[in-house]
Design a protein around this ligand. Structure first.
Ligand code: PAF
Length: 283
């Protein structure tokens, strides 16, 4: 595997390749990331991965400084997956000047759910993803469904800017007890790690409650959300949201659409101790 930190060198290496597939990451790779590498391989060749902890998507007081950086272990894993190039730019290389041009996703998608609790997060994500796509110029790029809203926002960005790239979704990979794999799981204490799978159990309960509803309507869904939030709080979590939304645009669905069978997704974010976990489940 070639490890490249320089944009020009990356372009020289990829010159003439028009089927490259790309998986951007912030490192601290786990089985979830590696499944995205395998998916990338099915959709293009060569596979390019990136590791860059993007300061622009962290808010004040968030974990930019303490975000786990495990470069050598990551390199070993990517080599085993047969990744052709690891693009690992320094901040100086990717942001040689203050990044004043930013990509601002539309409020109705970028300022809800994660965007409400992490203001500016998606602006930071879109800006770095656009820049990384411009460096790598892949035919396809793979993003995990664990970050459901991120995937949707990046897909819309690619569409609205007519970027010549297909955005491919990768399924969420879970530990045996159901906890969605995430680099931030390493922050959990032993007791918190035992409690953490409850988030996915709760999503399943919420899904069952929605499926069992005789009449799907906004009030009934709101009542289910409220009960789920209370249940999490009672177990010692600090829930940001548990939201049942339309899969198509992540806004709450109206009674008519609900009765017509609008596809829904449950999204959640909650803090357990100091660790903020997110997860989702399509209905
Ligand atoms: O999902 C992530 O790891 C990051 O948000 C991404 C897409 C690599 C952008 O920094």
């Amino acid at each position: 595997m070639k490890i490249i930190s320089d944009i020009q060198e990356l372009r020289d290496h990829l010159r003439g390749q028009n089927r490259a597939s790309f998986v951007p990451t912030m490192g601290n790779l786990h089985e979830g990331h590696l499944s995205l590498m395998r998916l990338a391989r099915q959709h293009g060749d060569p596979v390019v991965a990136s590791i860059f902890v993007n300061r622009l998507q962290f808010g004040p007081g968030e974990d930019f400084d303490s975000y786990p950086r495990t470069m050598q272990a990551d390199i070993d894993k990517l080599e085993k997956e047969g990744v052709y190039i690891l693009f690992a730019p320094t901040e100086r290389e990717l942001y040689p000047q203050p990044q004043e041009y930013r990509v601002d996703p539309p409020q109705q998608l970028g300022d809800i759910l994660e965007g409400e609790f992490r203001p500016g997060f998606f602006k930071g994500v879109c800006t770095v993803v656009l820049k990384l796509l411009s460096c790598v110029q892949p035919k396809v790029a793979v993003f995990g469904k664990k970050d459901y809203q991120q995937l949707m926002i990046i897909r819309q960005m690619a569409r609205q800017f007519a970027l010549p790239v297909d955005i491919i979704p990768g399924e969420t990979i879970r530990a045996e007890d159901g906890l969605a794999l995430s680099s931030r799981n390493s922050y959990l204490s032993i007791e918190e790690r035992t409690e953490a799978p409850h988030l996915q159990r709760l999503l399943n309960e919420v899904r069952n409650q929605v499926l069992e509803l005789g009449d799907r309507n906004m009030a009934a869904l709101a009542a289910i959300e409220k009960r789920a939030v209370a249940q999490l709080a009672q177990r010692g979590w600090q829930p940001d949201y548990i939201a049942i939304r339309q899969q198509s645009d992540l806004v709450p669905s109206h009674d008519e659409a609900l009765r017509a069978g609008e596809p829904l997704v449950i999204l959640t974010a909650a803090k357990l101790g100091q660790t903020r976990l997110i997860d989702n489940l399509e209905i």
